[in-house]
Write a protein that binds this ligand. Structure first.
Ligand code: PEP
Ligand code: MN
Length: 272
């Protein structure tokens, strides 16, 4: 299994990684407030979109470069690492300069020139599964980055489109152990976009960890009803606190389980 070192953090190792932040960076105050809160609750990485891939061109499109400056400021104040989405090759250099991880969103998973361009950097990458990609297409997309020489790739399961609309997407947790085994890359699950509903983000977080995810990414906002994007799936601060407590308890439980399994395997091999 490959591990990826980002600053002092190792992704894909024993530690489970918590990524949290707003869907979109809306203002300096909004981002700093969220960064302080998620840091206090134990998050490792701050997420926040500066360039937003909105379904409607009439919706809020993000703050652009100004958002990146706020992200850098929040990182410097809190010590959090940062991740933000890149949509166009021309934005990549600036994004690399201001953040620790570049995210390729679901809509761009099939954008091979963008993937190749990211592959020619040494930046850590969070590649999200397209809502219409098979597991095989997802893994092949990651190979566009790997083939160019950048091996710092994390895969993100964020749900696929199915016939059922009770959730925004259908979170495909069966893909988690599969893509881990098939690629050897760290896997992150996004239960916010994967469900579209804040009321089931916590149980899906716990399920994702149990399925073997190396970390999760969730959307957080002080007032989700007022969020400029994705409010319905966004956790408020009390709900995020609950999530982070459950996250730690589950991570600890799974670590214990791993240890037991290791002992059992070594006992069995000693006996044989
Ligand atoms: C996001 O994480 O901000 C996002 C837009 O997600 P996705 O690309 O999975 O829709
Ligand atoms: Mn979002």
């Amino acid at each position: 299994m490959a591990t990826i070192k980002i600053g002092d953090l190792t992704v894909g190792g024993r530690q489970k990684v918590l990524i949290a932040g707003p869907c979109a960076i809306e203002s300096r105050e909004q981002l700093l407030q969220i960064a302080r809160e998620v840091k206090a609750q134990g998050a490792h990485i701050l997420r926040g979109g500066a360039y937003k891939p909105r379904t409607s061109p009439h919706s809020f499109q993000g703050l652009g470069p100004q958002g990146l400056f706020y992200l850098k400021e929040a990182a410097e104040e809190t010590g959090l690492l940062t991740v933000t989405e890149v949509m166009e090759p021309e934005e990549l250099d600036l994004i690399c300069k201001y953040t620790d991880i570049v995210q390729v969103g679901a809509r761009n998973m099939f954008n091979y020139p963008l993937l190749r361009r990211i592959g020619r950097t040494d930046k850590a990458v969070l590649l999200k599964r397209s809502f219409m990609a098979t597991v095989e297409e997802f893994l092949l997309a990651s190979e566009y980055i790997l083939k160019e020489g950048n091996h710092r790739v994390m895969l993100c399961e964020r749900g696929i489109r199915t016939f059922d609309h009770i959730t925004r997407n259908t979170l495909d947790l069966a893909s988690v152990p599969l893509i881990k085994k098939m690629s050897g890359l760290p896997v992150i699950v996004d239960p916010s976009h994967g469900t579209g509903r804040s009321d089931i983000v916590i149980p899906m977080t716990l399920s994702a960890l149990a399925a073997g995810a190396d970390g999760i990414m969730v959307e957080v906002h002080p007032n989700p009803k007022k969020a400029l994007s994705d409010g319905l799936q966004t956790l408020d601060f009390p709900r995020f606190k609950e999530l982070s407590e459950d996250f730690s308890a589950m991570a600890k439980f799974l670590d214990g389980l791993d240890e037991q399994r290791t002992h059992r395997v070594s006992r069995e091999s000693n006996l044989s």
